[in-house]
Design a binder for this molecule. Structure first.
Ligand SMILES: [Zn+2]
Length: 186
């Protein structure tokens, strides 16, 4: 992140407003700026460059990577979104290293986000990079602006799904994906 000093200065102003004698927190603005660099590392990242491990394969059945923990930040309130993403695809001659799927999720999650957009962005990115027969993404997440602020419903979870290609059109295949990823997490 280029303008890390700007973030530091903004945090200093917030702290000053909250407590003009924030002396003991003198190092806090620098720490927050550093954390922002981590949480918002998705800005300026090109997923196509992050993901470069493709392999030719005759595999043509549904491939799933499930239970990908992620953290993001709500663009409406700037508070955490903490959730789990599951991704599936049906290859068309090309597969991707599984850890690269995680990198794609993080690449889009590490920005200010809306869960609905995050779900679509992950699916569309994989679709483009893999030229697969279809992609499925399911995200279940806690939004702190719902669980800890405002309406304060600690158990509410937002569930979003997005399907492309054969996973959108083929009901049975879509159900196979959902059944697999919704199974109790172990
Ligand atoms: Zn929010």
């Amino acid at each position: 992140m280029n303008d890390i000093k700007n973030i530091e200065e903004s945090v200093r102003q917030i702290l000053n407003t909250l407590d003009p004698n924030f002396g003991e927190m003198e190092k806090t603005p620098a720490r927050v700026a550093k954390v922002c660099g981590e949480l918002f590392s998705g800005y300026g990242q090109d997923p196509a460059k992050v993901v470069n491990a493709f392999y030719n394969s005759e595999m043509n059945e549904l491939v799933i990577l499930k239970n990908i923990d992620f953290e993001s930040c709500c663009e409406h309130h700037m508070v955490p979104i903490v959730g789990v993403a599951s991704v599936g695809y049906v290859p068309r001659g090309k597969i991707v290293g599984a850890s690269k799927i995680v990198r794609i999720v993080d690449c889009f999650a590490h920005k200010l986000q809306l869960q609905e957009r995050l779900t679509m962005e992950i699916a569309q990115c994989l679709e483009t990079l893999l030229d697969s027969l279809g992609v499925a993404v399911l995200i279940v997440a806690e939004h702190f602006c719902i669980s800890h602020c405002g309406v304060k419903k600690p158990h509410a979870r937002l569930v979003t799904r997005y399907f492309t290609g054969i996973l959108k059109d083929n009901y049975q295949l879509r159900m196979e994906f959902l059944q697999e990823v919704m199974e109790k997490r172990t």
